[in-house]
Design a protein around this ligand. Structure first.
Ligand SMILES: [Ca+2]
Ligand SMILES: [Ca+2]
Length: 159
C-alpha cells in the first residue's frame, strides 16, 4: 500500500513537471502557468508562501507587451502586513536579469511597486486590509531565463 502511494505521488509530480497547460507549453513553463493576465492569476492561498517560477521567452516588459509575465492572487488578514520579496535570478555573463514587482488591488489599480535597477531584489510591504490583491512579476529589460526567481510572502502581525 505504501509503495502504491509513493508511486502515485511520483506520477503526480511527473505530471506537473512534464505536462504544463497553456500557451507557453511548447517552450517552457513552470507549474504556475498559465498566469499571464489578471484573470489567470495563480491563487496563492495561505501565507507565508514561497513560489519558485521563471520568466521565459520574450517576456512582457515595462514598456511593451510580450507573452510571459506572472500574476498571483493573494489576500491577508487586515491585522497583518504582508511583506512580498522577489529574489531575481543571478546575472549570466552577458545578461542582467532585471525583474520588477507590482501589487494591484482587486479592481486592477496599481497600489505599490518595487523597481530596483540591475538584478537587485524587490520588496513591497503593505497591509492588504483583508482584501484580494494581485502580484505581478515581469521583466524590465527583456531578459529571461529558465533559472527561477523566488517570490516569498510573510505576514507580520500588527496588533
Ligand atoms: Ca506567466
Ligand atoms: Ca528590478
Amino acid at each position: 500500500m505504501k509503495k502504491l502511494v509513493v508511486g502515485m505521488l511520483s506520477a503526480l509530480v511527473l505530471t506537473l513537471a512534464v505536462a504544463p497547460h497553456g500557451v507557453n507549453a511548447a517552450n517552457y513553463q513552470d507549474g504556475y502557468e498559465n498566469n499571464d493576465k489578471f484573470a489567470d492569476a495563480y491563487p496563492i492561498g495561505q501565507k507565508p508562501f514561497a513560489i519558485l517560477a521563471s520568466l521565459w521567452g520574450d517576456p512582457t516588459t515595462s514598456t511593451k507587451s510580450g507573452w510571459d509575465e506572472d500574476f498571483y492572487e493573494v489576500t491577508s488578514s487586515s491585522q497583518n502586513e504582508l511583506e512580498i520579496t522577489l529574489q531575481v535570478p543571478k546575472n549570466s555573463a552577458t545578461v542582467t536579469y532585471d525583474y520588477d514587482l507590482e501589487l494591484y488591488d482587486a479592481n486592477f489599480n496599481l497600489v505599490a511597486s518595487s523597481k530596483n535597477s540591475g538584478n537587485k531584489d524587490e520588496k513591497i510591504v503593505r497591509n492588504l486590509q483583508g482584501k484580494k490583491h494581485y502580484i505581478r512579476v515581469y521583466s524590465y529589460n527583456d531578459s529571461y531565463t529558465t533559472s527561477k526567481y523566488i517570490l516569498t510572502g510573510l505576514e507580520r502581525f500588527l496588533g
